[in-house]
Design a binder for this molecule. Sequence first.
Ligand SMILES: C[S@@+](CC[C@H](N)C(=O)[O-])C[C@H]1O[C@@H](n2cnc3c(N)ncnc32)[C@H](O)[C@@H]1O
Ligand code: SF4
Length: 479
Amino acid sequence: MHNKYHYEGPLPLGSVVAHNCAGAGLFVATHGEEVAWRLTGSEENGFYTLCIVGPNQQTKRFSSEATAEGRRIIGRDVLYYLREAQGFIRVGKWGSLVGVRPTKLFHKLWDETGKAGVAAQILRDRYDISLEKLSILQSITELQRPWVAVDEESDRRISVYGGIPFCESHCTYCSFPFGLVQQYNRLDEFVQAFVQDASQLAALQREFNLSVDSLYMGGGTPTSLNHEAFEKVVEALAMLRMEGKEFTVEAGRPDSVTPEKIDTMLRHGVNRMSINPQSMQDHILKAVGRAHTAGAVVDLYDYVREHTSLAINMDFIAGLPQQTMSDMQENIKFICRTMPENVTIHTLALKKGSPLYDMRETALLPEEGQVEEMVSYAGEYLRKIGYVPYYLYRQKYMTGQMENIGYTLPGYACEYNIRIMEERQTIVAVGPGSSSKWMRAPEFRQLQLHTPKDVSVYIDTLDTLLAKRRERCEQFWEA
Ligand SMILES: C[S@@+](CC[C@H](N)C(=O)[O-])C[C@H]1O[C@@H](n2cnc3c(N)ncnc32)[C@H](O)[C@@H]1O
Ligand code: SF4
């Protein structure tokens, strides 16, 4: 594969190269891997120069002023050149914008200029974003505006994430940090650590007089825990719940959910859950290693609708192995029949840490153009039946450099998804492999704390982690 690159040169230019090479679908070559693209940068007399030598020894040189604007320009030129050289359309629908959170940038420009229309125009001039993408950005940011507004009480309002990094099997496309629950032999200690972690946060909540706007238990698949362990972690996170506020549990895989676990959720105030089909065809589910059928999704959905009033989210992915347009049409038909409150349409991201990355040559992945059609079809149809887009994010290595869009029936937008994407509210995390971010206007990024991905390291270093979290809280709220 001609998709590996190596860069040598000044660090600030290196960061621009990393973002734009990823945007063009290239991966950093690790030691011993064949390098197809060599990029060499230098800085002299206030100018950057970047030389690119490609797989056929074709050479291209770029230069710009050694300023932030110069870096943006050189990044754009590199992205367009690398796209074209690999046979993609030179300027895609997102133009030269490679960031993960375009809506966050839109809100910032809206705040600075006071007008959504001006923000849109700036984005168009600066990044060549298509009118189609700008229109989605504008409608999403308009819907999100109440959640990004800041008032005197915003400072002590937080959201909380609880991470359960376990699943029962590995879906081939997935690179989220998790382990197989049945193979982890310190599960009781993990549950104990998680409860201690949540309890300390509940104490900090009282001490600093914090109000919790939304709670989200994700992973992994929290419901992959056995019933007793699941009960304990849900109960622990529920200590932070405030009456009438959103509390989501990622129940994702129907094969991990039982009536007892649903009962646990209800007893502890959970009011939203995810049941994720990804695609409604058994042969696709089998091909990506999901150990459930489409029928199991239907059964769980019907059960939850009949026995609870939980709001339901469903995740789908466009671009899975063997997936065709008629499969996506079938998926949408299923949505029309069930009308879950939220639907998220992801575009497949081919990530290096996932088994699918190594199988990509033989996995029968649909072509970029087909995936784009599936995503457009899904978006158009969902709008037709009453859904509106409410959050959007992009990831590295997404098919066709597209995006993920969350849709909602009016009035059911998931607050946590907006909070995590727009980064205007403090989010404190419980559990391994998670990040806490303390935010305050106008910069909205003051302090951070990451917990180790390795569950055993998390368990063994918990006391130190909790001491650090207390320190951050004191620094932020007592300053
Ligand atoms: C953190 S995962 C947890 C979901 C849950 N464990 C499940 O399997 O249903 C959240 C969502 O990210 C999406 N996702 C995961 N890997 C992806 C990839 N490589 N490309 C696109 N979407 C992906 C899937 O739709 C998944 O439901
Ligand atoms: S998609 Fe969900 S169930 Fe599958 S491996 Fe990723 S986190 Fe686990």
